[in-house]
Design a protein around this ligand. Structure first.
Ligand SMILES: C[S@@+](CC[C@H](N)C(=O)[O-])C[C@H]1O[C@@H](n2cnc3c(N)ncnc32)[C@H](O)[C@@H]1O
Length: 234
């Protein structure tokens, strides 16, 4: 089933209000995405002093916090789920993160000024996006020239192009997630067509803990991979 981005955003909000707690627990235990994230964080600049960061789908603010620890002067953590935003607000209070702005919003239409962001972090927020074009266009708009988009996400190996953007269910430990299928060529061609310059793209072939739902009818023809990437605005 293909759905519009507005419907996908609603779905993301409902999903993370429901599974947020479990998601954070397995993230804290280091059981998800760790290999991709370790690599990605290695090439994210160690010194972010003076930088403005936009954490797209920032959830509990884990990576926003990390950006502040690396010296960022301003971090905007945007999410659509109230449950996740409350966790980010608690984090802000607990660690006295005065430069962290926790904002409720849809990162496909951020309302941020054009050319205002040095670095965008999109850490596993793209799996809930049905229309990648809208998101990449918005990211490109808000980035300053030569600013970078750091992404960690999944892509699917699928032969049938009609499956791009279709919903897929998968299990992550005990939690069931709904995501949208995107492919590596789709992501790279889209970034290129928007004038992003690909600085890094690496693939982790065996994503941890991801199992496509056994009821999912395309199961046999689909493989999931995790990837990390840096795209810079030309
Ligand atoms: C897998 S969680 C990752 C959270 C955080 N980036 C991290 O790695 O800890 C994905 C987050 O993206 C948010 N999200 C998904 N689609 C969104 C959208 N269109 N606008 C804002 N937030 C969105 C979800 O609510 C969820 O908190």
């Amino acid at each position: 089933m293909k759905i519009t981005q507005a419907e996908a955003t609603k779905l993301a909000r409902k999903l993370y209000n429901r599974i947020g707690r479990a998601h954070e627990k397995i993230r804290d235990e280091g059981k998800i995405d760790s290999e991709v994230l370790d690599k990605l964080l290695k090439f994210l600049p160690k010194n972010l002093s003076g930088k403005t960061i936009f954490d797209a789908g920032g959830g509990s603010g884990y990576f926003s916090h990390l950006a502040l620890q690396r010296g960022a002067k301003r971090v905007i953590c945007m999410d659509i789920s109230d449950f996740m935003l409350n966790l980010a607000k608690k984090r802000k209070k607990m660690f006295n993160l005065t430069n962290l702005e926790v904002k409720k919003g849809d990162f496909t239409k951020t309302k941020l000024p054009a050319n205002s962001i040095d670095i965008i972090l999109s850490i596993y927020s793209l799996p809930q996006v049905s229309d990648l074009h809208t998101v990449f266009k918005e990211f490109y708009r808000i980035l300053k020239p030569r600013g970078s988009l750091f992404v960690a996400s999944d892509y699917y190996e699928i032969k049938n192009k009609n499956l791009i953007g279709q919903t897929v269910q998968y299990n992550l430990g005990k939690i069931k997630l709904t995501g949208f299928m995107h492919t590596k060529p789709e992501i790279q061609q889209l970034a290129h067509s928007l004038n992003f310059f690909q600085k890094k793209f690496f693939v982790v072939k065996k994503p941890t803990g991801l199992k496509i739902d056994k009821n999912f009818k395309w199961k046999k023809s689909v493989k999931i991979h995790s990837f990390g990437a840096e795209f810079a605005k030309n």
